[in-house]
Design a protein around this ligand. Structure first.
Ligand code: URA
Length: 246
């Protein structure tokens, strides 16, 4: 086997090795999913630096593919949410999307279908996406946790801890220009803060080199339609960043 030559190849080989060591039950060295997510971030940073030289449409080589992340996730039983789920909701959309939406976690409709944001909140999200002159196929949609919390309760910290490394790797594979965090859970998790969503929304934040625009969750908008205007203002900022004419 040829030794890896680029930083990207080196990181991929390292990640695969650590992953395998973890599966063999090796202890005493950090083979955790969190460590693998850090490697994915390093790789993202190295490819982001390299992509300054790449043509605009080509995001350059990514650390790994979404398929590889899906394969690693497998029939996940890493947290107790797996005991209650019907289907795991990995995420869907364009593998090279400029815009990624991140929600909290699947609800009942998503749990049954295995697809993110397909219930009433999802229908509103679809309208928001279309009002940005985009389609669901052109963006990527995922969640902080991939299995439905029973009774639609908030995901707990250890459940988020088990699942987040996979979302981080998905985002590293996609290399979006911006992530729109839908609601407090997504925004606070991605930005690692306890600040209320009402104070986070409306401006871009930097999360380790990732541009994040927090906004209100579509479920919240269904209960408080008076906040739709604020969300539209946030979407217009994303459109400006992506150079989408109004
Ligand atoms: N709410 C979310 O946060 N995510 C979904 O996929 C559906 C509803």
């Amino acid at each position: 086997m040829q030794p890896p030559e680029t930083m990207d190849e080196t990181l991929q080989a390292l990640r695969r090795s650590l992953d395998q060591m973890a599966r063999w039950g090796c202890r005493g060295f950090d083979c955790s999913e969190q460590a693998l997510a850090v490697l994915a971030r390093w790789s993202h940073q190295s490819t982001a630096a390299a992509s300054h030289k790449a043509p605009a449409a080509d995001k350059g080589p990514t650390a790994e593919t979404l398929e590889a992340v899906r394969t690693d996730l497998g029939d996940c039983t890493r947290c107790r949410l797996s005991e209650h789920r019907t289907r795991l909701v990995f995420g869907e959309g364009a593998a090279q999307a400029d815009l990624v939406f991140v929600g909290e976690g699947p609800g009942g409709d998503e749990d049954r279908s295995g697809r993110p944001f397909v219930g009433p909140a999802g229908q509103l999200l679809t309208k928001i996406i279309e009002s940005m002159h985009l389609t669901r196929d052109q963006v990527y949609i995922g969640n902080i946790v991939k299995c439905r919390p029973p009774g639609n309760r908030l995901p707990e910290a250890d459940e988020i801890g088990a699942c987040l490394p996979f979302l981080t790797r998905q985002i590293s594979a996609i290399q979006p220009k911006v992530v729109c965090a839908l609601g407090a859970c997504a925004a606070q998790t991605l930005l690692d803060t306890g600040t209320p969503i009402s104070r986070l929304r409306g401006r871009f934040h930097d999360a380790n080199g990732l541009k994040v625009m927090p906004t209100f969750h579509p479920s919240y908008l269904l209960r408080h339609p008076e906040h739709k205007r604020a969300v539209w203002e946030d979407m217009k900022k994303i459109m400006a960043l992506l150079r989408i004419p109004l």
